[in-house]
Design a binder for this molecule. Structure first.
Ligand code: HEC
Ligand code: HEC
Ligand code: HEC
Ligand code: HEC
Length: 156
């Protein structure tokens, strides 16, 4: 038996080896963290700060109803007293920022009422009761919804 095999310090080699393994582990963690954590992380909490710039640089798809109103004031007026007045134009017309920027280059098309209206009004138990619902086939008798309802002011 060697000298260090006796007395209160007989296990120091085990402890030193373990401490060495911990030191290597901590070093690896510090290096990996420096390599992997992206720039700007932590500036606003647990978040990569430049992600805000990345998203802001993406092209816009929706123009917003204020933009539509500049050229289609007649439609805004037609909707004013209707229950549809609160619905954004692009909820029915789709994303139209290109059309709003230059209507001669990007034409907008008219939505087809027969397929559009049931998206929000078809009977569906999961839908809030405040949105009136109909069984399209029974209710319309196969006619397009816009032969009786004006899309921008659908109340009869
Ligand atoms: C800069 C002015 C301008 C803006 C902003 C604009 N439009 Fe238009 N829009 C036009 C013009 C001009 C036409 C073509 C009219 C025509 O050909 O009779 C048109 C046509 C349309 C049509 C087709 C009409 C048809 O008879 O086929 C729809 C639908 C429409 N716009 C919806 C929208 C919506 C929704 C928005 C907002 C996202 C919008 N527009 C923003 C000028 C504009
Ligand atoms: C509830 C769905 C809905 C909403 C909301 C809506 N529209 Fe429409 N819009 C339609 C449908 C459906 C047509 C096609 C009507 C047709 O075929 O004659 C249409 C037609 C149009 C047209 C063509 C001309 C006309 O009057 O028929 C324009 C322009 C237009 N919408 C602009 C707008 C604008 C601007 C807004 C927001 C202020 C808006 N729409 C909101 C459903 C909607
Ligand atoms: C994007 C969803 C959406 C689409 C698409 C839509 N609606 Fe609506 N509609 C609504 C909401 C929401 C209300 C109720 C608003 C309220 O009560 O304040 C409503 C109200 C109505 C009402 C009045 C019901 C009442 O309380 O008297 C009628 C009628 C109607 N819509 C018919 C139509 C027709 C016809 C179309 C197709 C041209 C259509 N809607 C397309 C969301 C939609
Ligand atoms: C033949 C004419 C006609 C057609 C086509 C038609 N409707 Fe109606 N709709 C009516 C009448 C009339 C009312 C009001 C009386 C009532 O509440 O039943 C009404 C009421 C509604 C209401 C309000 C229901 C309520 O509980 O207050 C909604 C929503 C509606 N229609 C959606 C649609 C949709 C979506 C379509 C197309 C699938 C459509 N309508 C096609 C005549 C029509």
């Amino acid at each position: 038996m060697s000298e260090e095999g006796k007395g209160p310090f007989r296990n120091t080699q085990h402890l030193l080896r373990m401490a060495g393994i911990f030191a290597v582990g901590i070093l690896m963690f510090v290096v990996a963290r420096a390599v992997l954590v992206p720039e700007g992380f932590g500036k606003y909490g647990h978040y990569r700060a430049p992600a805000i710039d990345d998203n802001a640089a993406k092209p816009l798809s929706f123009a917003g109803r204020a933009a539509c109103a500049e050229c289609h004031a007649d439609v805004v007026e037609a909707r004013a007293a209707s229950k549809h007045a609160r619905i954004g134009c692009e909820a029915c017309h789709g994303a139209l920022s290109k059309h709003a920027a230059d209507p001669t280059k990007a034409k907008a098309t008219k939505p087809v009422a027969a397929t559009l209206c049931p998206v929000c009004h078809e009977l569906n138990v999961a839908r809030p009761k405040t949105i009136k619902q109909v069984n399209s086939a029974e209710h319309s008798g196969g006619e397009g919804c816009d032969s009786c309802h004006a899309p921008h002011a659908p109340e009869l």
